[in-house]
Design a protein. Structure first.
Lengths: 414, 80
């Protein structure tokens, strides 16, 4: 990166493990699972081979006021709750007409999402087909659009430096954080509310992922998501949001903010290879990690921990493991949080960045749930069983997405 | 046909459901936009629900003239 120092001053999360950062983090450290059997009836209705998912631990409609909730898609409901947590955690108050803690013109929002608001799109389409035009909500488009979460958060906190919504499938949350860093580096903003959100557990997305042969058909929710394990058979679809407050270091220090860590570097590449498959040589993934290390002004040896993307697919996990070995080496301590969380798609990179920051802060790397027998093709030190205490000062979070998107974020202790 | 009181109380329920404004606040002199803070999107929802509840038609050019709750009560009373 340029000489701009960027720190993280606030965290927020809504995940299958809990409705805040602490519960999610405790869940990761103790290797709880957020995966559950789907009980809505559609598994049976469509005879789907995938019978499990990782839904939010707490319904966003139990948290938000009723009228606000009915104007937001589930993805935006989730994002706005996580954003409020992060905003408050950073020590900022809700703005009023008279007072803004951050000058609106210096405050940005970047919240990525893979799909946007599919629940709204599909529900409103049902209404149109069954009841006709009059029953279609005037809020249909503003609820389903992919930029809705970022725009709603900007309205809530009064952010006028620009609002962006990267869409890079499962890398969207990480790209949200990288894009936020670019806003600060380029001088457009001092503070950016950044991350990703997703809420797409629906029979059509599950059916689509099933047909693409990417989901686990393991019927045991406790055991289905098993990154790097020999018996892994696909990912588990989850939902959730992670939001961080990125802040120009001088801005944060001047106000005496509590600092979780630095976003010291990032790398973004694209495979230009296949719409779902990773490049077999891992060039894009390796390039992203190398860029992240280089832009941080570090060497591979400095990186003590990798929070892997590892979704629990047969091909993807091995590909990433080899890319980590090549780009970073065999020394980093690796973990794969999707064993506990499932795959939060556009929320994944942001929630897992939060885990990476907390590993740096606490010196604890959570175990990879369900990693019982490491795939022999993987030559990495992957934590399994119990969390590992180890003081690392620099860590990479990987996120990759359909379309060949590769994002590596490099965090350090402040 | 509903009385003006019944229409007012019915509108209050709709406004509360759509916009979260307490039904008690929905009184005849109030402006939907300026007093009750209801945006144009919510006005469309309120109109559709009012059409169903009172069996009236509220075309868009008529809806634009319904500035206050009292305007809406009179319109419904006249056209239902």
């Amino acid at each position: 990166m340029t000489n701009t120092e960027i720190v993280v001053t606030g965290l927020g999360a809504m995940t299958p493990l809990g409705d805040d950062v602490q519960t999610t983090w405790d869940g990761l450290v103790s290797a709880r699972t957020g995966v559950r059997r789907v009980t809505d009836g559609w598994v049976e209705q469509y005879d789907l081979p995938t019978k499990i998912a990782a839904p939010l631990a707490v319904e966003p409609t139990d948290i938000l006021p009723r009228v606000q909730a009915r104007r937001l898609d589930r993805a935006a409901q989730t994002a706005i709750i996580a954003a409020r947590q992060a905003w408050t955690d950073a020590g900022y108050d809700t703005p009023s007409e008279e007072h803004h803690d951050v000058e609106p013109e210096r405050l940005g929002v970047v919240i990525g999402t893979g799909i946007g608001g599919p629940h709204t799109l599909l529900a409103q389409d049902d209404l149109l087909e069954q009841n006709g035009l009059r029953k279609v909500s005037p809020l249909t488009v503003p609820m389903l659009m992919a930029n809705a979460s970022a725009a709603q958060v900007s309205i809530e906190i009064g952010a006028r430096a620009g609002v962006h919504s990267p869409a890079s499938a499962c890398a969207s949350g990480a790209e949200g954080i990288a894009t936020a860093a670019m806003m600060i580096e380029s001088g457009r903003a001092d503070v950016v509310v950044a991350g990703g959100t997703e809420a797409c557990i629906h029979p059509i997305t599950v059916a689509g992922f099933v047909q693409a042969r990417t989901l686990s058909s393991n019927e045991d929710p406790e055991a289905a998501s098993r990154p790097f394990d020999t018996s892994r058979d696909g990912f588990v679809l989850g939902e959730g949001a992670g939001i961080v407050i990125l802040e120009r270091a001088e801005h944060a220090r001047a106000r005496g903010a509590r600092i979780y860590g630095q976003l010291r570097g990032y790398g973004i590449t694209s495979d230009a290879y296949h719409i779902t498959g990773n490049h077999p040589d891992g060039i894009g993934q390796i390039g992203a990690m190398q860029q992240a290390i280089h832009s941080a002004g570090l060497t591979a040896n400095d990186v003590g921990h990798v929070n892997a993307h590892a979704t629990s697919t047969v091909v993807g996990d091995v590909g990433e493991a080899r890319a980590i070995s090549k780009a970073v080496g065999d020394h980093p301590v690796v973990t794969a949080p999707k064993g506990s969380l499932g795959h939060l798609v556009g929320g994944a990179g942001a929630v897992e960045s939060i885990a990476t920051l907390l590993s740096l802060r606490d010196g604890i790397i959570p175990p990879t749930r369900n990693l019982v027998e490491l795939d022999p093709k993987i030559e990495l030190d992957v934590v399994s069983g119990e969390a590992r205490k180890t003081d690392v000062t620099a860590a990479i979070n990987n996120s990759f997405g359909f379309g060949g998107h590769n994002v590596a974020l490099l965090f350090t202790k402040d | 046909m509903a009385s003006n009181e019944e229409i007012l109380s019915g509108l209050g329920e709709i406004v509360e459901e759509v916009a979260g404004v307490s039904a008690d606040e929905v009184t005849e002199e109030k402006s939907f936009v300026d007093d009750l803070d209801i945006d144009s999107l919510s006005m469309v929802e309120i109109a559709v629900q009012a059409e169903d509840k009172f069996g009236v038609k509220i075309p868009d050019d008529e809806l634009a003239n319904l500035k206050t709750v009292g305007d809406a009560v009179s319109y419904v009373a006249k056209n239902s």
